[in-house]
Ligand binder design. Sequence first.
Ligand SMILES: O=C[C@H](O)COP(=O)(O)O
Length: 229
Amino acid sequence: MKPPIILINYKAYENSYGERGYEISRKIEKVSKEYGVPVIVTVPATMIYKLSKETELIVYAQHVDGLEHGAKTGSILPEMVKDAGGKGSLLNHSERRIRLDEIHDAVIRMRKIGLESVVCVDRYELVYSMGILKPDAILIEPPELIGSGVAVSKAKPEVITKAVDEIKKVPGVYLVAGAGITSGEDVYKAVELGADGIGVASAVMRAKEPERVVAEFINQALKALEKRS
Ligand SMILES: O=C[C@H](O)COP(=O)(O)O
């Protein structure tokens, strides 16, 4: 049984960086090792180097610019992420939308240098059209549920089931579901509906005991996968 995809998006909370960002990362790493399930953390660009060097987490950027080297002030190129030890990046998150041509260029560039890409979409109708770019995964998140505490798997299960139908048309691309995921039950349901894993932010980043939350999410994802197999 392949492990579930557990993607934790640090976003830009007060504890997403610096010593607090490092501390939460160590807790997540501990749980990841206990369960033997790799965890992807999408972190602020300034944290990629340290976390890649000092933890066994799979460290992603939250965004990259698929641009060539040159006079591009403020750009984060795929090569920079790779050089810092990152393994991939999110692209087109609802909070960091980019144009279709930019998604295309970034996915191609990342693949060329061996980085993974997870393209975000806000509706199932885009799963196939983004899927044909062949990123490693599509993360589907209805924007209105992001940070709401109301899980996509409960409030809009049809978004996941329809996305699952769409992803089957692009073999080799995984489907991750996110937005509002708060409980182990939310995770179980998302995976039971056919998602390969979950994307989460606030439930972990704002938790008093993030390690417990992550452990519960991994546990429920594993249970749902086992039931499916
Ligand atoms: O990338 C992660 C998502 O935007 C989910 O955010 P949330 O778990 O706070 O709803």
